[in-house]
Design a protein around this ligand. Structure first.
Ligand SMILES: NCC(=O)N[C@@H](Cc1c[nH]cn1)C(=O)O
Ligand SMILES: [Zn+2]
Ligand SMILES: [Zn+2]
Length: 476
């Protein structure tokens, strides 16, 4: 059953109000990975709690304990568990999203202030940190509830929400909460399917439904030697330099073509099955789409299926940064005393953090040993999550397909996403129900990058899409 026309009209008529709601959310710099921003993550939880209550949801704010971050013990932001409707004749859908964001500084390369939503009237872009990842989609659900409350319309399903503030930092504390809320009379009791809107179309034209995510294992490799930073004139070629050791190790993890050099890691990848390559060939995608999304002609291959398989069904190892390295302007002649290299591996079936971590650790230890360095090596796994795959023929996907056709007049592509939302697998396994990823934004939104945006049309049509999906579920 399509959504009622008055719902669609309400969304169109109230688009500016919905953009104001997004502007208020973007203004709160809810960066979960930096202890000095933690108060803002709490502020964002309070904002969202208020928005949910104002549109008629019952909200429970669940503390998740503490964590150690940047050497300080601090409170984890709360999970918001909300619900609306409890009609035994209706299906019950759980919606998950996150209210924390990646860090953003104007100096990273933003053209505008990252925490002020800028509406570009010419391009229709809503620019600001969190606009597409994941504040826009989270507020899409609130917009739907507002429309139903204001119109006096009955919701077609019972809804539960789980919104967290630590997704960008490993979802600390959430797995335990989910497991503790499963069972008779608990919060997740009765949930029949899950919808997550926290990913993107493959391109800028064709909506998609996503049935797979890569997992992740994130590492921190520290090398320390001298008791303090040293003058390179006084001590160069006199001592083992931590940065030289670290660069040597980091250069032996992955080739510039993307091949992972850690023995055994690529051997665990599930083999290609008959007909699988054809599925990648059939997706609406081109090398120009990669080039447009990254802003340069630097794709690893000219073959579309090869590029898509590299993102969707193969692991990748990315080097992220070096903490402690000199990085300011000028020409400081320092030998840093302690440096930490950060890298992560995106995991695919049949890789898991449990079978990958030992391979990574023993390889780095043996490479370090070969150096004959007297410095000290420490390897830490900062966080991890397994890859996830769902059944895309389930009624949850059928409903989302119908909704996409109703709003966009197009059949959605079926995709696997290269990113990770580790809690997806926890939900799927703990609740034993189908999970659907139904994205709002486009492939060129620049999540995690500077100038992150969500197109106005994706925000507004995306709100209609999520609402229509609920009606389609309600009539299955
Ligand atoms: N929109 C999902 C997303 O961006 N997920 C992050 C999760 C993550 C893992 N470690 C740090 N963040 C991703 O990078 O895929
Ligand atoms: Zn996200
Ligand atoms: Zn993200």
């Amino acid at each position: 059953m399509p959504a009622p026309p008055q719902f669609i009209k309400y969304v169109d008529d109230n688009a500016n109000g919905f953009i104001q709601r997004l502007a208020k959310a973007v203004q709160i710099p809810s960066v979960s990975g930096d202890a000095s921003y933690r108060k803002h993550v709490f502020e964002m939880a309070t904002f969202l709690e208020g928005e949910l209550q104002a549109v008629g949801a019952q909200v429970k704010r669940v503390p998740l304990g503490k964590q150690v971050l940047d050497g300080q013990e601090i409170d984890l932001p709360p999970a918001l568990l909300a619900s609306i409707g409890n009609d035994p004749k209706k299906k019950t859908i759980l919606c998950y999203g996150h209210y924390d964001v990646q860090p953003a500084l104007k100096s990273d390369g933003w053209d505008t202030e990252p925490f002020q939503l800028v509406v570009n009237e010419k391009t229709g872009q809503l620019i600001g940190r969190g606009s597409t990842d994941d504040k826009g989609p989270v507020l899409g659900w609130i917009n739907i509830l507002e429309a139903h409350k204001k119109l006096g319309l009955e919701l077609p399903v019972n809804l539960k929400f789980c919104f967290e503030g630590m997704e960008e930092s490993g979802s600390e504390g959430l797995d335990d909460l989910i497991k503790s809320e499963v069972g008779k009379g608990k919060f997740f009791d009765g949930v029949e399917a899950i919808c997550i809107s926290d990913n993107y179309w493959l391109n800028t034209r064709t909506p998609c439904l996503t049935y797979g995510l890569r997992g992740i294992s994130y590492y921190n490799v520290t090398i320390r030697g001298p008791a303090k930073d040293l003058h390179s004139g006084a001590f160069g070629r006199t001592v083992h330099e931590p940065m030289t050791d670290l660069i040597h190790i980091m250069s032996r993890l992955v080739t510039p073509q993307g091949k992972i050099l850690i023995p055994g890691v690529e051997d665990l990848v599930a083999p290609l099955v008959t007909g699988e390559k054809e599925r990648y060939d059939a997706l609406d995608y081109s090398i120009q789409d990669v080039e447009a999304a990254v802003g340069a002609p630097i794709a690893l291959s000219d073959d579309k299926a090869t590029v898509l398989m590299g993102r969707m069904r193969e692991p990748s190892l990315s080097l992220h940064g070096i903490e402690g390295a000199f990085s300011a302007a000028g020409a400081k002649t320092v030998i840093p005393a302690k440096v930490s290299g950060k890298f992560s591996i995106r995991l695919v079936p049949n890789q898991t953090p449990d079978n990958i971590d030992p391979l990574v650790i023993s390889y780095i230890q043996s490479e370090f040993k070969k150096l004959g360095s007297k410095n000290t090596l420490i390897i830490e796994n900062l966080h991890g999550g397994k890859p996830w795959m769902a059944d895309p023929t389930h009624w949850n996907y059928v409903a989302a397909t119908k909704a996409t056709e109703a709003i966009y007049n197009k059949k959605p592509d079926l995709t696997r996403e290269g990113g990770s939302i580790p809690v997806t697998l926890t939900f799927a396994e703990s609740l034993g129900v189908n999970v659907l990823l139904l994205p709002m934004g486009r492939g060129d939104d620049g999540a995690h990058s500077f100038n992150e945006k969500l197109d106005r049309s994706n925000y507004i049509e995306g709100t209609k899409l999520l609402g229509t999906y609920l009606y389609e579920v309600g009539s299955i």
